[in-house]
Design a protein around this ligand. Structure first.
Ligand code: UT7
Length: 326
């Protein structure tokens, strides 16, 4: 294993999903779909959808407040906010991190967004750890938050059944000893596929009047995802002289149960090594991994000392993973 001595660890995880749950049956009353199709093609049963008043930053602030309460940390001890999101409150400035900072009344500290699609939380963890290693920052909030319902075309059955809203957050803190929970990370992108998954409006290439809805070439993203989930896991294992037997859990971006099953098959391992909760939340993009981690902790599935791999893929096309000694 890489023995990085950055003495940074994940002190705690928080998450929040809006109370409104929308089932496959509910959707089948609005578009030409069925519970059977959605579940058999994706593993999704439900998704949580935010109210019209709540924006991505509101979801994130709820997740942060639950985390700070759990960790018993005074918010004034937080030195930075990094937000992975594709559905920020505003298309350009200000960053969603700055809006969250305002809502938390934390003026003065570092705050910025990471635009790496569904891989955003994996990128942001590595960025935060590296920043903390090279500075005197002691506590940084790494947030993955999305209100995908706001960029979903609710008349398009190809996409509207796939996504949900939610937020998750990790508190990265410095320890007194030399224990580092971050073993290794790999971050990649394949920009040649940028147009396979995008929100084509709201930017400087925007044509006035276009709807701000997500576009996805589902087949292309599916094929890409299966390949890179396998490749990232193998890359992380090889770089760190690890075998799959030494990994307690693989925590993948929750996009589609079939992607995870296909990747498990290619790796020659049982899919039970992968934590999956897509059934309840659907694809919450950058929020899916911290929401999964929080659920694992709440169900006593994740204990200190375990070695896990996070792996993700998404718009960009980005992909990557982290090895974490919990
Ligand atoms: O966070 C990362 C982002 N995204 C992903 O990871 C998604 C990657 N892609 C996928 O997960 C899959 O490609 C999908 C779940 C999006 C689609 O599954 P598929 O097995 O690739 O289906 P398909 O797109 O090839 O469509 C098969 C059929 C089509 O009908 P025809 O043309 O064969 O008559 C679709 O119109 O299924 C139809 N279809 C639906 N039918 C009922 C597509 N969506 C639905 C639906 N209900 N919701």
């Amino acid at each position: 294993m890489n023995d990085r001595k950055t003495n940074i660890y994940i002190q705690g995880i928080g998450s929040y999903v809006p109370p409104k749950s929308v089932s496959n049956q509910d959707l089948s009353k609005k578009v030409d779909t069925s519970d059977e199709w959605i579940f058999s093609h994706t593993g999704i049963k439900n998704r949580h959808i935010a109210s019209a008043e709540d924006s991505t930053s509101d979801l994130a602030v709820n997740a942060v407040n639950s985390l700070l309460e759990k960790c018993g940390l005074d918010k004034k001890a937080v030195g930075g906010i990094i937000v992975a999101t594709a559905t920020g409150d505003y298309p350009g400035f200000p960053s969603t991190a700055c809006v969250i900072q305002d809502k938390l009344a934390l003026d003065g500290i570092m705050a910025f967004d990471v635009a790496a699609g569904c891989t955003g939380f994996i990128y942001a963890l590595n960025i935060a750890e590296s920043l903390m290693a090279g500075s005197s920052l002691d506590n940084v909030l790494v947030i993955g938050a999305e209100k995908l319902s706001a960029v979903t075309d609710w008349s398009d059955r190809n996409t509207c059944v796939l996504f949900g809203d939610g937020a998750g957050v990790a508190l990265l803190s410095r320890r007194d000893d030399d224990y580092s929970c971050f073993v290794d990370s790999v971050l990649h992108a394949r920009g040649s596929g940028f147009d396979k998954l995008m929100i084509p409006s709201g930017g400087t290439k925007d044509k006035h009047g276009e709807a701000r809805n997500l576009y996805m070439d589902g087949r292309a993203v599916y094929t890409f995802a299966v390949r890179v989930v396998k490749d990232v896991i193998i890359e992380l294992l090889e770089r760190n002289n690890l075998t799959l037997d030494q990994i307690d859990w693989i925590v993948p971006h929750q996009a589609n149960m079939r992607i995870i099953q296909a990747a498990a098959k290619r790796l020659g391992i049982d899919e039970s090594k992968f934590f999956m909760n897509i059934g309840q939340y659907a694809n919450t993009s950058a929020a899916s991994i911290p929401i999964a981690l929080n659920e694992m902790i709440e169900n006593n599935l994740l204990e200190r000392g375990m070695t896990i791999i996070t792996v993700g893929f998404g718009a960009g096309l980005t992909y990557g993973g982290n090895v974490i000694r919990w």
